[in-house]
Design a protein around this ligand. Structure first.
Ligand SMILES: [Mn+2]
Length: 308
């Protein structure tokens, strides 16, 4: 237990500092991305970073109950604030995000923003780690559309471009929670042409989380992997604060049970997108988002062998 209650103290993610007190380089950098120009329905994910930071304060007073780790203590981790954006300009902002991510040479976890932001992050990650990254993708939507209602780019298109540019290897990538209305040609493009393994939300419910974990582990194998978590993968009853909610989604316990068991994967980064606090109730969406990030950071700490 820390030296102050959870409602007091700095309002950064897990109350982490912007730089480490001893001046040493961090192992993990968390940043916010206040951006939502790529949304197709309800905007508001620009406020995701601040909502997730606030909600994360519930997670600073102890170790993960099963993993036995407090990641903000076990890792050399910082919350470096928000990335800069070019307000009102989508493509310029994506270029600027890519440049800023390129400047971060440790493990990057981002929060907030709509799903468009994953594309420049993957471009920067591919420059650093190499192309053909495995994607582990929680979402209600496949996000492989070739355009965004006539615009070339938006939050429904990142994995079309990421596949097209070879940043990710769809044949070693998994989408979990898919259930939105989607034209059949886009579904067959996603599964048959690109080769994504798609696990619908209903399949998660019917098959159970252990089967899902197995499929993810088999598909990704020992490849480098990136976790992209769209909060609308979770059911709107548990994550209403998002722009494009779809009923029948994952419950938070299912996503947590899956995530917690993916420590064997060779992770290179994570984003937590599409949290739009204006549609949230009692912060439940932000609590879910913060807890997924916290759990991911526990996986990283576990890998470092720094339990406790
Ligand atoms: Mn998405």
């Amino acid at each position: 237990m820390g030296d102050h209650p959870t409602f007091a103290g700095p309002r950064t993610f897990l109350q982490m500092p912007a730089t480490l007190p001893d001046g040493s380089p961090p192992e993990v950098t968390v940043v916010g991305i206040p951006f939502d120009l790529g949304t197709t329905n309800r905007a508001g994910a620009r406020f995701g970073p601040s909502a997730i930071r606030d909600a994360s304060l519930m997670l600073v007073d102890g170790d993960h109950p099963e993993m036995g780790i407090d990641p903000s203590r076990a890792l050399k981790a910082v919350d470096a604030g928000d990335l800069s954006i070019v307000n009102g300009y989508l493509e310029e902002t994506l270029d600027l995000i890519e440049k800023q991510v390129e400047g971060i040479d440790n493990h990057l976890v981002t929060m907030g923003g709509d799903h468009t932001v994953t594309l420049p992050i993957l471009r920067a990650q591919a420059k650093r780690h190499g192309k053909g990254i495995s994607l582990v993708h929680f979402d209600a939507h496949v996000d492989t559309w070739k355009d965004n209602f006539g615009a070339p780019i938006g939050h429904g298109t990142p994995f079309h471009y990421a596949s097209d540019e070879g940043l990710i290897d769809p044949k070693r990538s998994v989408q979990i929670g898919i259930r939105s209305p989607t034209d059949r040609d886009i579904m067959s493009y996603t599964t048959d042409e690109l080769g994504f393994t798609v696990i619908s939300a209903e399949q998660v419910h019917l098959d159970g989380v252990m089967k899902v974990i197995e499929t993810i582990q088999e598909t990704v194998g020992d490849n480098i992997a990136y976790l992209t978590f769209d909060i609308d993968g979770i059911d709107p009853s548990q994550a209403p604060g998002t722009g494009t909610p779809e009923v029948g989604g994952l419950f938070t316990w299912q996503a947590l049970a899956i995530l917690k068991r993916l420590g064997g994967i060779n992770w290179i980064g994570m984003d937590m997108v599409e949290v739009a606090p204006a549609y949230d109730h009692a912060q439940i969406t932000a609590f879910a988002a913060a807890t997924f990030m916290w759990t991911y950071m526990c996986l990283l700490a576990q890998k470092n062998g720094e339990a406790g």
